[in-house]
Design a protein around this ligand. Sequence first.
Ligand code: ZN
Length: 247
Amino acid sequence: MLKRNTIILLLIFSLLISAFTFKHNIIDELAHSQKTPLNNSIYCYKKGYQGKKILLIGSMHGNEKAGIPISIKIMNAVFEEASAVNTLICIPSLNPDGNILNKRGNSNNIDINRNFPATNWILKDSALIDNDKKIYWGGQKPASEEETKFILKLDSLYHFNAVIVLHQFMNCVEYDGPAFQLAAYLSYRTGQELKEDIGYSTAGSLGSYFGLDKQVEVITIEIPKNPSDTLQENIANAITDIVVKGY
Ligand SMILES: [Zn+2]
């Protein structure tokens, strides 16, 4: 039986996604979807074919939900433009199971951001991991999870030039790969601190796979626990501009 707060979270999550769906013609813009182990859907929307292919992920860790409404705001703004310099490929949430369960990992307790087939991916014996580190478990093998495989499939179709992922609960712009200039611009626009390194090991992360191995521009925007309206606006406007006006 579902707990009451789980049902409330599920409702909020569905409302956020459907708020976007109602405003736009989902048939034109919903490019791909993928079922999760708990039978939720990961939705991927796309606008355009031109310029740089920019992937935006609103939520990857289930308990970090502030990026979902921000990514939907960006989609609304980009889809209202007659034309844009770059292509937006947007996944408001890569981890709907984790969003509903309100936990970092997916339904298999695997941290998607440690499950990418980066050269630095390492197998850790889950039984030997300290309790407080289990939330970072990358699985028995890289790309074992549906969520990870979905991103790899999309990359094989679009060959992303840039990947922007919204995380919590720090307050900074961080980058991997050749993304210093883009990170500096986003830091300037959002007023958030620019960081070269998040400060801890992220073997098997999306940043390691796309940024370090594939030399794709990867940006991580960390959103604080209770972001101000101004910060949310600044993040949404800055990302909308790099899609619409270019960078
Ligand atoms: Zn995160």
